[in-house]
Write a protein that binds this ligand. Structure first.
Ligand code: CA
Length: 268
């Protein structure tokens, strides 16, 4: 390569490096695992990334598999991608719905389990440091049929929380099988709530109720800091879940769900 061709190449390479380097990786990549890894130094541009969208560099947590993910509470909020769970059976990672966030969503494609929770079990580990009561919600959609009140629910349980209940101004309900009463209208069993969205719309929205025709918001209480388990299992075919959130009653719910997913660390 002679000097005439070499110099423009260098200038081009430097231009590319300068054009690429100011873009912070943690804003261009919504993956909560990689977004929370330490910043790569801005000088680290000897090998320009082949993909301008930018896969985050290997920093250790990239090798973490979802079975080791621990979802960390930060300032009273856990906001997580459903597709970061370990999904089995007939759960599928979907991408067809245009307004899903992150890398898609999970949708149940198997049989319905309208009265039998525990099938297609997905367990999320939650690291809770701020004790107290959190409201639970998820962003879900109906992807089968045209009726917003069918294929609109999935089972949820917090087996090791201090309390898991539904509440509205008329009172509180506890899951059947919890040993507490009253219980919700409709199906519930073994500590599980049926969590549904309602309305004639079908697309993704933040809404999570329990108790048929008597919508109660969902709450969970943690009395000591530690790692807790959130369990999700299949109920209705075609119910798609994009994200879930736990927001402390001291935190602002609307701003929490509008934010970026909270950190995920690699556990054992
Ligand atoms: Ca998602």
């Amino acid at each position: 390569m002679n000097k005439r061709t070499y110099m423009p190449f260098v200038a081009l390479a430097m231009g590319l490096a300068l054009a690429c380097s100011p873009e912070p990786l943690d804003e261009s990549n919504p993956d909560p695992v990689t977004a929370n890894t330490p910043d790569t130094s801005p000088e680290d541009t000897e090998e320009p990334a082949p993909d301008p969208e930018g896969e985050a560099p290997d920093t250790g947590t990239d090798t973490c598999s979802p079975s080791s993910f621990v979802f960390e509470e930060e300032e009273g909020v856990i906001l997580a991608e459903m597709e970061n769970g370990v999904f089995t059976d007939a759960w599928q990672k979907g991408a067809a719905q245009p307004d899903a966030l992150g890398e898609g969503y999970l949708v149940w494609t198997g049989n319905q389990y309208l009265n039998a929770p525990g099938q297609g079990l997905i367990a999320f580990k939650l690291d809770i440091r701020r004790t107290g009561t959190y409201v639970f919600s998820w962003r879900s959609a109906v992807t089968l049929g045209n009726n917003g009140t069918e294929h609109n629910d999935t089972w949820l349980r917090f087996p090791d929380a201090a309390e898991f209940y539904g509440e509205r101004n008329t009172g509180v309900v506890y899951p059947k099988g919890s040993g507490k009463s009253p219980n919700p209208n409709g199906s519930s069993a073994e500590g599980w709530f049926k969590i549904y969205r309602s309305g004639s719309d079908l697309g993704f929205k933040w809404q999570a109720y329990t108790s048929d025709h008597d919508p109660h918001l969902i709450y969970v209480r943690f009395d000591t800091p530690g790692t807790y388990t959130m369990e999700v299992s299949a109920r209705s075919t075609g119910h798609a879940i994009d994200r879930f959130a736990l927001v402390h009653t001291d935190a602002d719910f609307d701003s929490a769900i509008a934010g970026e997913p909270t950190p995920v660390r690699c556990g054992e």
